[in-house]
Ligand binder design. Structure first.
Ligand code: PMP
Length: 368
């Protein structure tokens, strides 16, 4: 293998439902593990994808004309500022391959989204984690922006910031982000990963980062259709940046990285604002209800602006996870992020959340 490859730890996705059903002989497994939209895709997106099936013998539009035009209108930028990705992970990887490499460093907060380190190391760069905010702060385990700025050194080429962050759910306010962006030297690329922004925009003081693009040529905002838009299986995400940065990304991008079904479905999904509003509303109500119920079970949760909760289940988190799996509930252990006492639980439909809470209660009362 190339240098550094054996040092990588593969990204661990949530366990697939079919695997668990077969492994434990279960039926009716529910998955609250990967922060998908429990309402599914917009019916408009489904119809658009179905209509495009007959054209599968054609390559997709390699430049994503229709989708980029729609996204450019949505963000009030020029289409030349948009770069499409095979999911926003692809965008993050593309950024790493474009701006990182041996001798360069990628900086991110401890407990930030796991892909930043993987993308940096795959590109031959050094991952550097700055300490997170203290557990007793108002954003426990959240990004400490001052600590990030302090760690910027001569080799720092890219800083990744997730807002809101996964797995913690913590978020950043407009003022602190503005101060942070002003403090980052212009030669350093700042990536604002907004995979969960649709759930967070309602929070007061939450910024829409694309507003800063005009002043910050080194800013890249990444977004996805996998979460609120309900299209995780199609793999489509994008970045918004200066046209100059997009031009560099486009030189490294694989041709046809955004498939044809994804492009048409994303266009249709973007136009279905009612579907997003319904998903956001369901998440708001259910997240509050699940957090309250967890508190009632003696399981504290971190503040979350996403569609998931980071639940402190204690030293036996892996056993609790196993107990949930045996009863057909897939959640996400996050020991890999060095938060071994926590499980991340996506917010599902009310009956799915009820079932997860019921099993957590049972495990608490009757043991594992
Ligand atoms: N960023 C964050 C913070 C995420 O949580 C995820 C998904 N887990 C992604 C990016 C990537 O999602 P996708 O590739 O499906 O767009």
């Amino acid at each position: 293998a190339a240098p550094g490859v054996r040092g990588l730890q593969p990204y661990q996705p949530g366990k697939p439902m079919a695997e668990l059903e077969r492994e434990y002989g279960l039926r009716d497994v529910i998955k609250l593990a990967s922060n998908e939209n429990p309402l599914g895709p917009s019916p408009k997106a489904l119809a658009a994808a179905e209509a495009a099936l007959k054209d599968l013998h054609w390559y997709p539009d390699g430049n994503g004309f229709e989708l980029k035009t729609a996204l450019a209108a949505h963000h009030r930028v020029d289409p030349a500022c948009i770069t499409l990705g095979n999911g926003s992970n692809d965008c993050l990887d593309l950024i790493a391959r474009t701006f990182l490499g041996p001798g360069r460093e990628a900086l991110f907060a401890q407990h930030a989204f796991a892909i930043y380190a993987i993308a940096a190391m795959s590109a031959g760069a050094k991952p550097v984690a700055a300490p997170a905010l203290a557990i007793d702060s108002s954003m426990p385990y959240g990004h400490d922006l001052d600590a990030l700025v302090e760690r910027i050194g001569p080799n720092t080429a890219v800083v990744f910031v997730a807002n809101p962050n996964n797995p913690t759910g913590t978020w950043l306010q407009k003022d602190e982000l503005e101060r942070f962006l002003a403090a980052v030297p212009p030669k350093v690329i700042v990536v604002l990963d907004e995979a969960y922004i649709e759930y967070a925009l309602e929070a007061e003081g939450y910024p829409d980062a694309t507003q800063w693009l005009a002043q910050m040529p080194n800013l890249i905002v990444t977004r996805t259709f996998s979460k609120a838009y309900g299209l995780a299986g199609l793999r489509i995400g994008y970045s918004v940046s200066s046209a100059a940065v997009a031009d560099l990304l486009n030189r490294v991008r694989h041709p046809f990285n955004a498939n044809s079904l994804a492009q048409v479905a994303a266009c249709a999904a973007l136009g279905d604002e009612a579907h997003i509003a319904a998903a956001v509303e369901l998440n708001r109500e259910e997240k509050a209800r699940v957090a309250d119920a967890c508190a009632g079970l003696g399981l504290p949760t971190l503040p979350s602006a996403g569609n998931f909760l980071c639940v402190q289940v204690g030293a036996k988190a892996m056993e609790v996870n196993e107990g949930l799996l045996r009863r057909g509930v897939i959640v996400r252990p996050i020991g890999g992020y060095r938060m071994p006492e926590y499980l991340r639980i996506s917010i599902g439909l009310p009956h799915e959340n009820d079932r997860c809470l019921h099993v957590l209660r049972e495990l608490g009362e009757h043991g594992l």
